[in-house]
Design a protein around this ligand. Structure first.
Ligand SMILES: [Zn+2]
Length: 326
């Protein structure tokens, strides 16, 4: 009998898998480094291996799998299961869904990784019971997922939800995507790191210099948090400005989409939520219409790293599969 679902969260640095039983409990898990720079086939076999290890640890074989869901960086085509291309992985028109369907012998749903995370929070986390949800994940980059009327919203492009690339400051700092002034270029951990580094180069005094062992370009979220909590003026100013920018984006999204709840997650939020939420809320309210903000909650994600696994698994049982086994 097919009783279990496998959820996989594929990222640029790591891939994690979890086996969910019919109660939605994770009963086996595994993870590995993605080694995204390797050949496609090698990366694929890492993904497959992590899936098989999770099944082993759950004590079941792939014949017990009802379905498999995987969240991956995009852009991708959820209808065909193909990764179109990806800045974080070397996949270029790669049939990830079909390959996994053949590998595990079950239907596969391929979704954007942030969509999967948002869906996890919607079905089993902080946004349970809501039907209009905006998920925003602030880490190395900034990603967004939209649930509208209880359904994941893909849009005509099938890749809607790129909140990290809405322009907050025209002509602002250059973004990875090539545009200028995107939210991601202003408020991601990468952007915060860059600003801290710039301040250090300009001779500003900050305890980050002492907290960091080497001259590593990127400043970890935990270091940013430590400096913030010690009242470091440089870091406080930079983090506050990032929170303001996030709020401006959220306020615009509230006006555009009318969400009931906004779930915030990702490394920066996990580390700094209590320090940032006040500024984020205040800044959101400066942009959002009062009537549109009425009753809207901005909350922290509940599932942490498991959101992607759980969301992918739930999507696998609730959406039309991208790919069927041959
Ligand atoms: Zn951008």
């Amino acid at each position: 009998m097919r009783t279990h679902v496998l959820g996989i969260d594929l990222g640029g640095t790591k891939v994690s898998a979890g086996v969910l039983d019919h109660n939605g409990q994770i009963v086996g898990r595994a993870r590995a480094k993605t080694r995204a720079w390797r050949e496609n086939d090698e990366v694929f076999s890492t993904i497959a291996q992590v899936g098989h290890t999770a099944l082993e640890r759950a004590g079941i074989d792939s014949q017990s799998l009802d379905a498999l869901g995987i969240g991956s960086p995009g852009p991708l085509d959820p209808d065909t299961g193909y990764i179109i291309d990806s800045a974080n992985l070397r996949f270029d028109n790669f049939p990830l869904g079909p390959r996994l369907a053949t590998e595990f012998g079950c239907p596969v749903v391929l979704a954007n990784d942030v969509d999967a995370g948002t869906y996890g929070e919607f079905r089993a986390g902080a946004a349970r019971g809501a039907s209009d949800v905006l998920g925003v994940f602030v880490g190395t980059g900034i990603g967004g997922g939209i649930i509208a009327n209880g359904k994941l919203y893909h849009g005509f492009s099938k890749n809607a939800g790129e909140i990290g690339h809405i322009v907050i400051r025209a002509g602002g700092p250059k973004c990875n995507c090539g545009a200028r002034g995107c939210l991601e270029a202003l408020a991601s951990r990468t952007a915060i790191s860059k600003d801290i580094r710039k301040a250090i180069r300009r001779g500003r005094r900050t305890i980050v210099t002492k907290l960091l062992s080497k001259k590593a370009e990127s400043v970890p979220s935990t270091t940013i948090k430590k400096a913030f909590q010690k009242g470091d003026p440089v870091v406080t100013k930079i983090v506050t400005r990032a929170a303001e920018h996030i709020g401006i984006a959220l306020g615009s999204m509230v006006n555009l989409l009318g969400p009931e709840i906004i779930v915030l997650g990702g490394g920066v939020i996990e580390a700094l939520y209590p320090d940032m939420i006040g500024v984020i809320e205040k800044s959101t309210r400066t942009v959002a219409f009062e009537f549109a903000m009425k009753g809207v909650q901005i909350v922290k994600c509940e599932l942490g790293d498991d959101a992607g696994i759980i969301g992918a698994a739930m999507l696998a049982t609730e959406l039309k599969p991208s790919s069927q086994p041959a």
